[in-house]
Design a protein around this ligand. Structure first.
Ligand SMILES: *Cc1c(COP(=O)(O)O)cnc(C)c1O
Length: 462
């Protein structure tokens, strides 16, 4: 499989190259040149298979040139063996046609572990083979960083630097990033918000001298390997609910558009997904855009679902690429306009987006009320991101069509907000150990590209 850039001006790469590179040199995002379809009878045969087997069958066509079959099966096995649930991504029923897909049984209690644990094993295998080392730099609103650190800590050929917005992540998220003792882990608290962190990482990738000098590798949700890992649980859940013989809708609490875009890929592969519903919090740029109001940046307002506090939603570029009929030049033009505040979506592209995506938003009050009402009606304590999803799913549900809401994090990751809304304090699962007692290690840094690059150069283990 060859990988091409959404902006059409970067060299085509193999899966392994695209994975190690992250961002394309023309500023675009890598995508497979073609999306392989799985025939309906093969989709039907996935029902009831172990998660790892479904993972292999769904992802194999994308990676087959870069890894052997045995290697890839081993990678998948190691990626998910540390999960706290044998089903990996269990479904839970809330109502006749309403389901929660629990994606929080990984080591850092959020869905990011599905992709990051896989990517850690993919990197390890590829770098062991080549003997090279890389510097991983990532921006996080909380969950990506902890998942990346958990996936890469202690690996021989990797240093991992994570930029998070100082004071804007939850205590559990922060501690998951600052308490690992491994020397190759570097947590950086940036004076700024998540968009600043993300902009700094993009700028480092566009500074080719720095990028090549430290052999920069990206594991943010722009990395196609991460999107790919997330395609798997759409297949596992939908086939358990009757696909391919009936359609299933999904609602996805959305920030950077990576998780929901994986649903789009699953749909293009032949999984009968009726609708993909984008759920946003009060930072609702995606909902406004999908409602026909154009894509215009505002200020990020901190919310109780901080992993969705975002204005520039990186993977939306991939959705636009398909909505604009794979016209890289049109995408590059939109992204240029975004630099100065925003863009309008053409009528044709808007129509294409609406054929796939619906959207809704939840205010802070509605999010809290949904945590309360879900506990009362279904005895489930959900995290604020999941609550945003459930509120919007309730509005978008169709009679007779199962609606699966992705439960993106464990409530214990956001205990203050959950307790305030419900009166119930969500305890950490016992496998998390003494997270609240461990010493923290973090470097506070100004929102200044030169300072960040100097710090990284000075701290990699060459
Ligand atoms: C990252 C994250 C999201 C948003 O996912 P995207 O792929 O960025 O859209 C939602 N909820 C939680 C808990 C997250 O960690």
């Amino acid at each position: 499989m060859r990988y091409i850039s959404t902006r059409g001006q970067a060299p085509e790469l193999t899966f392994e190259e695209a994975m190690l590179t992250g961002l394309a040199r023309d500023g675009g995002l890598y995508l497979p040149a073609e999306i392989p379809a799985i025939p309906s009878d093969e989709i039907a045969a996935l029902a009831g298979q172990p998660y790892e087997e479904i993972a292999f069958r769904v992802m194999w066509p994308y990676v087959s040139g870069s890894f052997s079959e045995d290697e890839f099966r081993g990678i998948i096995a190691r990626a998910y063996e540390g999960f706290g649930h044998a089903a990996r991504a269990p479904l839970r029923q809330l109502d006749a046609n309403a389901f929660l897909l629990e994606l929080f049984h990984g080591p850092t209690l959020a869905f990011k572990d599905f992709a990051m644990q896989l990517i850690g094993q993919l990197f390890q295998t590829a770098l062991e083979r080549s003997g090279e080392r890389v510097t991983i730099v990532g921006a996080t609103s909380g969950d990506t960083g902890s998942a990346a650190i958990e996936a890469f800590r202690g690996l021989d050929n990797v240093d991992v630097f994570i930029l998070f917005p100082h004071g804007r992540v939850s205590e559990v998220q922060r501690r998951q990033m600052t308490t690992p003792e491994d020397a190759n882990v570097h947590a950086l608290a940036l004076d700024g918000d998540f968009d600043d962190c993300q902009a700094a990482v993009k700028a480092m990738f566009n500074d080719f001298e720095f990028r090549d000098g430290v052999r920069l590798a990206g594991v943010n949700s722009i990395n196609f390997a991460r999107v790919l890992a997330q395609v798997v649980y759409y297949f596992s859940s939908a086939t358990n609910l009757g696909a391919p013989h009936r359609a299933v809708d999904f609602t996805v609490p959305t920030g950077n558009f990576g998780d929901i875009f994986a649903g789009y890929i699953a749909r293009r592969m032949g999984l009968p997904i009726g609708r993909l519903v984008v759920a946003t919090n009060q930072n609702d740029i995606l909902h406004r855009c999908l409602s026909g109001q154009g894509y215009h940046k505002g200020d990020t307002i901190p919310s109780i679902s901080p992993s969705m506090d975002i204005q520039v939603s990186s993977n939306f570029e991939r959705a636009l690429y398909y909505a604009y009929d794979q016209d890289g030049r049109a995408v590059a033009q939109l992204m240029d306009e975004l630099k100065t505040g925003g863009f309008e979506v053409s009528q044709g592209a808007m129509q294409a987006l609406r054929e796939t995506y619906a959207s809704g938003r939840a205010s802070e009050t509605e999010t809290g009320a949904t945590i309360r009402s879900t506990l009362a009606s279904s005895a489930e304590l959900v995290c604020p991101h999941t609550a945003v999803g459930l509120k919007v799913a309730g509005e978008q549900a169709r009679p007779g069509v199962p609606m699966v809401t992705l439960a993106t994090a464990h409530p214990a990751k956001f205990p203050a907000a959950v307790e305030e809304a419900s009166g119930v304090f969500p305890p950490l699962p016992s496998r998390m150990g003494n997270l609240y007692e461990k010493p923290e290690r973090v470097h506070r840094i100004a929102n200044d590209l030169g300072a960040i690059e100097d710090h990284i150069r000075g701290h990699i283990h060459a």
